[in-house]
Design a protein around this ligand. Structure first.
Ligand SMILES: Cc1ncc(COP(=O)(O)O)c(C=O)c1O
Length: 385
């Protein structure tokens, strides 16, 4: 195999070369512990605070509202678990298609009798039924946390995040949104959005793995989830992932500065794939709302392909031909049978679904290669049948 194309950017994205260039000198030379009071430590601590200020400025928040974490999973856990432990939340409204970082956290809280969990209805296209959300909010005076992702990592449907924030304020509920798939893909003004928590992971926007952040609205007083030293203004113990944080800020800056250009490029690639697939496979459908550009994340295309007797081998065959894509979220790559998201929207499970996801580095040629490979697989299957 010579040619390889990467169409799994919702799982993770390649590190931008500029991000590597920003991280390498820190990794090489800035080795001081940021908690040390001597010059080696102070120098590194200064770099972390510059990174924090840059991110805060982009999001229109204060630096103290950002806690650096090991990524999206930790940030989701922190927002939800600390809301229950520290803010008196006893009821959580979420949806069946959230990431497992949210779903497994709320399930655990429910099993331990720490909170009741209610699931909001979804429309057929995977979008949240806002009328039902309002009914649920109005139905109880218990302290409630709403946890709904901004864009789904498997099917890309977008939440009208401002409308949800307005509803949450109306009913005095806290609002957490997992923005892991949308941070730095859209620009957020969090002050204007008026939200309590958002979560981000650098590796979804060409930053390094193992680093992210939680935004916590300054009106909320939480205690740390991870106990230890007094790092992160006593909000998260543990020596900071310094080069990760530097890379996170650089990746975010790069995306922010070129956001429209990147959006247009990626949307063009996605539209090209929709057109090519529709031409190649007249029966093709797109799961959730990802075929509609106004309702879905421009980086994700979840494709319901025609039936084939070798559906279970589809991802494997594509991989052998050099096309990297996924059947669901990264943890379920290799099969779509386990996708809780596709089940959650009652997608057709008797036909294979494949998630293709794009980045600013993806080209229309990459898409052509992938569609050609798919066509070859299907025509071989027909010839064999
Ligand atoms: C929507 C969403 N939330 C959370 C996560 C977890 O992020 P991390 O891998 O940084 O822990 C992911 C990663 O796939 C994601 O797509």
């Amino acid at each position: 195999m010579t040619k390889r194309v990467y169409l799994d950017n919702a799982a993770t994205t390649p590190l931008a070369p500029e991000v590597f260039d920003a991280m390498a000198p820190v990794l090489k030379d800035s080795f001081g512990n940021p908690s040390s009071t001597h010059s080696f430590g102070r120098e590194v601590k200064g770099k972390i605070e510059v990174a924090r200020r840059k991110i805060a400025k982009m999001l229109n928040v204060t630096p103290g509202e950002l806690v650096f974490t090991s990524g999206g999973t930790e940030a989701d856990n922190m927002a939800i678990q600390c809301s229950v432990r520290d803010l008196g939340v006893t009821r959580i409204i979420t949806s069946k298609v959230e990431h497992h970082a949210v779903l497994h956290t709320v399930e655990e809280l429910e099993e331990n009798d720490q909170a009741t969990v209610v699931y909001v209805k979804l429309h057929e296209d995977g979008c949240v039924d806002l009328d039902h959300l309002e009914e649920l909010l109005a139905a109880s005076s218990e302290k409630t946390l709403v946890s709904l992702m901004h864009a789904n990592n498997e099917i890309g449907n977008l939440l009208p995040i401002k409308a949800v924030s307005v509803l949450c304020r109306k009913y005095n509920a806290l609002f957490h949104s997992d923005t892991v798939q949308t941070m730095a893909h859209y620009q957020f003004d969090l002050e204007e959005l008026d939200i309590d928590f958002v979560t981000a992971a650098a590796h979804k926007f060409h930053g390094p793995k193992g680093t992210g952040f939680l935004y916590i609205n300054k009106s909320l007083k939480l205690r740390p989830l991870i106990h230890g030293g007094s790092q992160e203004r006593e909000m998260r113990g543990g020596t900071e992932n310094v080069y990760g944080i530097i890379g996170l800020a650089k990746a975010m800056e790069l995306s922010w500065d070129h956001i429209v250009e990147h959006q247009q490029h990626v949307q063009g690639v996605k539209d090209h794939m929709i057109a090519r697939l529709t031409e190649a496979f007249p029966e093709v459908q797109f799961n959730g709302s990802c075929g509609m550009s106004n309702k879905s994340l421009y980086t994700v295309l979840n494709v319901l392909l025609p039936q084939t007797e070798k559906a279970s081998m589809l991802l494997f065959s594509l991989d052998l031909m050099g096309v990297a894509c996924s059947g669901g979220s990264a943890c379920t790559s290799g099969s779509n049978t386990g996708s809780h998201v596709l089940r959650g929207i009652n997608a057709q499970m008797d036909r294979p679904s494949v998630r293709f996801s794009f980045s600013r580095y993806t080209t229309k040629e990459d898409v052509d290669f992938a569609v050609d490979c798919l066509q070859n697989i299907y025509s071989e299957k027909k010839a064999m049948a």
